[in-house]
Design a protein around this ligand. Structure first.
Ligand SMILES: [Zn+2]
Length: 418
């Protein structure tokens, strides 16, 4: 087991200064060489071996986690190595979102291989990128298509959508039923995404001035205004009429499988994903957008009216007294939430069959807590080290942890493994 020093990515959409949990964790975890500048954005803390932000081992010169694993790959665990080779298969992150991230979807494995072969300069790796977000603070995101009845109601209530999409396509979707809406929804969404810039801008501006005159706004209209502030005239301001707005409470999660349209909007979360960077973007971003690929690959599926939450949100399932697992429906990763209650004796957490990464997300500001680590034969080899917020630990397969919280506050940590 070793302590990690992790890279913070300063993308423009990150929360500013000490408002960013990603920055706060980095500042507590690596006080020697990281200092928060109050006006800078801090978007993501990366825990893993991805070459764009590799974690380093603390107190071991300039050795990276990737080199450490390369020297003794069997620390990954036998099953993990069999499936994924000699590399850590997941990337673990903390995200602090101030401004919306791009509307995007991730290709499945086969499609990722094809995109990479055809356009390696845009699609830099051949891996899929399923991802899971677990809220640390209230976390908002757009996820999947809305129920058909909601999309139909929005098309009727907002004539500017028909201006941008075209009357025939909208009418075809309005006439569709639960059994046959797929192709009509795809046509409507594709036409919206391909609307010429001038026409799009006219329709959006007309809707904007209508909304600005209202005294009582719906949730979608308030979101329209917020998005407009950062992305005036962007097609994303229309896309919110088609996608579900999900609000996760701390501890709630959403999983984004391949070809599922989504965009994170605000809040802090733990994120875990397959180690990949493959994103197909289509709005709310200054980065390259690839509308034809996105419109072709999306799953045009609308959940039933009362099934939105159960389709996209999920909770952790207990796997011991003090740990609960968010089981992603992919083999690449799982995440567990670990809790050590205040004022109690130590809590021992189950060892994992693969290498894992643990980050402490909450504990008492000054008193923190203590931890010990055990090798796979039960020998204690780290004795009563200090816990503080932002501590990041890498554990080899079958190593285990024990934590004792202070008298006054629980310890909460998240652990990625596969
Ligand atoms: Zn994504």
């Amino acid at each position: 087991m070793t302590e990690l020093k992790c890279v913070v990515q300063q993308y423009a959409w990150g929360k500013l200064g000490t408002k960013s949990l990603a920055a706060k964790f980095a500042a507590r975890g690596r006080p020697d060489d990281f200092c928060i500048n109050g006006t800078d954005p801090y978007a993501e803390l990366w825990m893993g071996t991805h070459p764009n932000g590799p974690s380093m081992l603390k107190g071991m010169g300039a050795s990276s986690l990737a080199d450490h694993i390369a020297k003794k790959p069997d620390m990954l665990g036998e099953d993990c190595q069999k499936v994924f080779g000699d590399q850590l298969p997941y990337l673990f992150k903390v995200l602090s979102v101030n401004k919306a991230l791009s509307i995007q979807a991730h290709p499945d494995k086969k499609h990722a291989e094809k995109l990479h072969a055809e356009r390696p300069e845009v699609y830099k790796d051949a891996n899929h990128k399923p991802e899971m977000a677990i809220a640390l603070t209230e976390f908002e995101g757009l996820c999947g298509f809305r129920p058909l009845s909601q999309i139909q109601a929005n098309l009727k209530a907002v004539p500017q959508l028909t201006e941008a999409i075209g009357k025939d396509l909208v009418e075809a979707l309005l006439k569709s039923t639960k059994d046959n809406y797929g192709p009509a929804l795809k046509n409507v969404f594709t036409a919206l995404m391909n609307c010429p810039k001038d026409a799009l801008n006219n329709s959006l501006t007309s809707l904007k001035s209508e909304i600005d005159k209202k005294t009582c706004l719906t949730g979608t209209e308030r979101l329209f205004q917020r998005l407009w502030y950062n992305f005036p005239g962007d097609v994303g301001c229309f896309v919110i009429y088609f996608l579900n707005l999900l609000v996760l409470k701390p501890g709630e999660a959403m999983f984004l499988g391949p070809n599922r349209p989504h965009a994170y909007l605000s809040g802090d979360c733990i994120e875990c994903m397959a180690c990949s960077d493959n994103v197909v973007r289509a709005g709310l971003t200054p980065k390259l957008i690839d509308v034809p690929t996105l419109c072709e690959m999306l799953i045009y599926h609308c959940p039933d009216d009362d099934k939105v939450e159960e389709t996209f949100k999920f909770k952790a399932v207990s796997d011991s007294d003090n740990s609960a697992v968010y089981n992603a429906p992919v083999p690449d990763f799982s995440v567990a939430k670990l809790t050590a209650k205040k004022g109690a004796a130590m809590f021992k957490f189950p060892p994992r069959k693969s290498a894992s990464i643990v980050i402490v997300t909450d504990c008492h500001e000054e008193e923190g807590g203590i931890y010990s680590a055990f090798s796979n034969d039960g020998q204690e080899y780290v004795k009563e080290a200090m816990i503080k917020k932002g501590l990041v630990l890498f554990l080899e397969s079958n190593q285990s942890l024990e934590m004792t919280a202070s008298e006054n506050e629980d310890i909460e940590a998240y652990q990625a493994f596969c």
